[in-house]
Design a binder for this molecule. Structure first.
Ligand code: NZQ
Ligand code: ZN
Length: 380
């Protein structure tokens, strides 16, 4: 087992009776907040009204920034910083999924010291303070509500990259599973794929931690068992709450206790390339990249892959395990090949070029430029 420090300061409020705590929590940080949300779902499903009523009830002034899109872009982060500085806000209230929360995280650690947020994302500038961030999660998937990571893309530099900074932890995150009832089928599926992918990334980090192995397998099995249930009954509280908890636990640090890194993250790096080039939803990029990566790695790390197959599907045969994983992704209508998302042969060169430019890689199981072509052939 590897040495480690575990300190997760995010306070989680979980349940269907927590909305009344949002206003008083934001109020702890001051009387004026920057309310951030996405492209409109919160207005349709009533969450916006609940939030505004909470803010009004607690006499909190707010300025709004909306329109954060899936696969969020750094341009919005610059504009949010400008607005937050001009309005002198005391906190950020992010209401949405990973895209809204991640953009708000970058704002939170750049605004007070007036740092260039892209330089912060790249790790070239080191923030020392953060503006308090409170989140209301509306989509179970990324785990961002209880971790210090954020992912944004920059069209100019050709990158979609993630970074981790302990100052990015939300102070409080509110998880009401009822807020996820309205998530459409496709994003419900992509969320489930994403949480499974986080558990898989953790499986392939180095360090022998059998307890972490068991946490990981439990999260994957729980997610796979719940998937058909939540599709059959999207407004079932028990199913939505169990999916939500599994998503949080898949990336809040418990799956990497006793390991050197939180995960390998090579598959995420491949996925980010697809999302950058084709705006592929994050989960969909991972259901395409994971089977290909496993096929590439099966002769390099057969024991680890075999053990995973045994844990999840009671399947010691590696080929059959990968095929069962593909079947699961297909069962939730998440693509497993580039052709399923209309990326054809003439595009493959562009994928390889961008992978080379950004040196797509994992932290543990290194990928060389020789591997890119093989991975793309396995994904096509
Ligand atoms: O734009 P809005 O109106 O918010 O609609 C969103 C969006 O269209 C919609 N949605 C969210 N909650 C809803 C809802 N629709 C109806 N009812 C609701 N309750 O769902 C769509 C997708 O939203 P998005 O926030 O993009 O999804 P997700 O939570 O999957 O976040 C994906 C982003 O997070 C990054 C990904 O790379 C991607 O950019 N990740 C962040 C991580 C982290 N910070 O730890 C780790 C992950 O690996 C991931 O990379
Ligand atoms: Zn992910």
């Amino acid at each position: 087992m590897e040495n480690f420090i575990y300190n997760n300061p995010a306070v989680l409020h979980f349940g269907n009776n927590i909305s009344g705590e949002i206003g008083q929590t934001v109020k702890k940080y001051g009387d004026k907040t920057l309310l951030v949300y996405g492209t409109g779902s919160v207005k349709k499903n009533g969450i916006y009204d609940i939030i505004v009523s909470e803010l009004n009830k607690n006499s909190i002034e707010f300025v709004e920034y909306s329109g954060i899109k899936p696969n969020p872009v750094i341009e919005d982060v610059y504009k949010m910083i400008e607005l937050g500085q001009k309005e002198n806000v005391n906190s950020i209230l992010a209401v949405g999924g990973g895209s809204v929360i991640d953009s708000s995280k970058v704002v939170s650690i750049s605004l007070l010291e007036d740092l260039d947020p892209w330089m912060v994302v790249k790790g070239k500038l080191k923030p020392t303070v953060s503006l308090p961030l409170v989140t209301v999660l509306t989509l179970a998937a990324t785990g961002t509500e209880m971790n210090a990571a954020a992912v944004v893309q920059n069209k100019k530099t050709g990158e979609k990259i993630g970074f981790v900074n302990p100052l990015s932890y939300p102070k409080h995150s509110f998880l009401n599973p009822e807020f996820t009832f309205s998530v459409p089928e496709n994003y419900t599926a992509f969320g489930i794929v994403d949480q499974i992918a986080h558990a898989l990334e953790a499986w392939f980090a180095n360090g022998d931690s059998t307890l972490a192995d068991r946490f990981i397998a439990s999260i994957i099995i729980e997610s796979m068992e719940l998937a058909p249930k939540v599709f059959a009954e999207p407004r079932n509280y028990e199913y939505r709450s169990k999916i939500m908890l599994a998503a949080t636990c898949a990336l809040n640090g418990i799956t990497s206790l006793g390991r050197k890194y939180s995960g390998d993250w090579g598959v995420h790096d491949i996925g980010h390339t697809l999302s950058f080039l084709y705006d592929t939803p994050h989960g969909a990029s991972l259901s395409i990249a994971y089977p290909a990566w496993l096929k590439l790695q099966k002769s390099r790390i057969p024991d680890r892959i075999k053990k995973l197959g045994e844990f999840i599907f009671n399947e010691p045969d590696i080929e059959k395990f990968i095929s069962k994983l593909e079947d699961f992704f297909h069962s939730v209508q998440s693509p497993i090949r580039l052709s399923e998302i209309q990326i054809e042969e003439n595009e493959l060169n562009n994928i390889e070029k961008l992978m080379n430019k950004n040196s797509v890689n994992g932290l543990v199981h290194k990928l060389g430029s020789n591997d890119y072509n093989e991975l793309i052939n396995l994904m096509k």
